[in-house]
Design a protein. Structure first.
Length: 252
């Protein structure tokens, strides 16, 4: 499995485009390039990218207009806009549309790398399980893949964490003390409707009804214990890539 981040670099300056691509490839990223906004939009019709670096001022279609079109197709796409100019109207338009970050050229490579990594994993992943070993194992594998991880030993603790910090994905055990996994899912969705939920259980038959209700509440899938922690990391990677197709909880 290829766990390298895939970066799209968009710039009409061919020399700068090639330089960025070369540097990022040397740093271990998968890199694709586009010479204008329209080409970038067309690439997003075919796949997703972990992070996009896009110049604002370009012919055919500027970076802000391309950003808007990409967001229509993939609302969660992390996009960083770059500019060597002070076009305040375009910059403000991008901010109004919710761009991740706007950076000004010339750009220090070390700062760019840090920004890429922060943008790719800007919101933590929450692991909710009263089994401390499961929490520790998932934390290790997810952190190894570059994700920020929070853990909670109960539904109440998970809800409290979610109120303090927005999480993008939550792994939730079905059987939890006090409030169960389904109730935890529902409360997390109330706090953040966009959070993506993956259920976990070692009791496939006993919790079938709960899993059906979790599916109805938009749970993505269920991992059945014992599972390979690498499968959890791969699942997260596929979610960010936009390749997950919402399997039912009773499917492997």
């Amino acid at each position: 499995m290829d766990d390298k981040l895939t970066i799209l670099v968009v710039d009409d300056n061919q020399d700068l485009l090639e330089t960025f691509a070369m540097i990022l490839k040397r740093r271990g990223y998968n890199v694709q390039t586009a010479v204008d906004g329209l080409s970038a939009v067309n690439k997003f019709k075919e796949q997703s990218f972990d992070v996009t670096l896009m110049d604002i001022v370009m012919p055919e279609m500027n970076g802000v207009d391309a950003f808007k079109k990409i967001k229509e197709m993939q609302p969660e796409a992390p996009i960083i806009l770059m500019t060597a100019y002070s076009d305040e109207e375009l910059i403000q338009s991008a901010k109004n549309e919710g761009v991740c970050q706007i950076i000004h050229k010339p750009i220090r490579i070390d700062q760019l790398i840090e920004l890429i990594n922060e943008t790719a994993g800007s919101q933590p992943i929450l692991v909710v399980d009263d089994d401390a070993d499961i929490c520790e194992t998932l934390t290790k594998i997810l952190e190894l893949h570059g994700y920020d991880v929070l853990t909670a030993g109960s539904g109440e603790e998970a809800v409290a964490m979610s109120k303090r910090k927005t999480c993008q994905i939550a792994f939730i055990d079905v059987k939890l003390p006090n409030i169960d996994g389904l109730e935890t899912l529902l409360r997390l969705k109330e706090i953040n409707p966009d959070i993506l939920i993956i259920m976990m259980t070692g009791f496939r038959n006993e919790v079938k009804e709960a899993l059906e209700k979790a599916e109805a509440a938009s749970a993505i899938t269920c991992l059945y214990k014992p599972f390979d922690p690498a499968d959890a990391a791969a699942l997260v990677k596929n979610i960010f890539k936009g390749k997950h197709h919402n399997r039912k909880p009773d499917e492997k």
